[in-house]
Design a binder for this molecule. Sequence first.
Ligand code: ZN
Length: 226
Amino acid sequence: MADYRQMLISLLFPNKKCLFCGKSSPGGNICIFCAQKLKEANLAYCRPENFTNLQDIFFLAPYESTFRRNLIKYKYGGKKEFAEPLGHLLANLLTKKNLATEVILVPVPIHPNRLAARGYNQAELLATAIGKELNLPVLPHALLRAVDNPSQVKMTRKERYENTKYAFAAGPDAAKIFGKRAIIVDDICTTGATMTACASILKSVAAKEIWGITAASRQGKENNEF
Ligand SMILES: [Zn+2]
């Protein structure tokens, strides 16, 4: 009988865990405590070195602890299903920042070799989830990944900027950005090098305003109480 009850409970409430703290969260991918923290967080942003083309980069939480482990699973471990809850939270963030209308979402592209190996672009899935929720256009081919860069994990800030400088190019849909507000979407902002490189391409095709949004950031921890 107990087993039956247990089975029923797990059917009704699949064993979901909070993406941010890892604790059991029957209601969804974020527990009530983390949801509250996120609500109260200081609308965090990170400030990349070369900030001329970007208005701001907003993110949900620092890239650390459980959230970091989950984002690694999302990117490398095939956990595509995280795109939807993360996209939902990012959509809320854009709404809070008055960026939920009259914007075009531009996911950071990955090189075709990586796309073939991984099977999906984690940034594009996030952009698609946000776009679906806010009814915003998504342009996955506005930018192209021209170079299959080596992994940046062990690189210094300076090396990352050098590494990404020529990594991107305008894609076949770049002209659609002309005169528009664009939001670059990525999973993680580490030094801001990728965002900066993408922003300079969008600037070159005359985007009116360029913003960035990521799930996590290594920058600006001090700006966020989360
Ligand atoms: Zn939590």
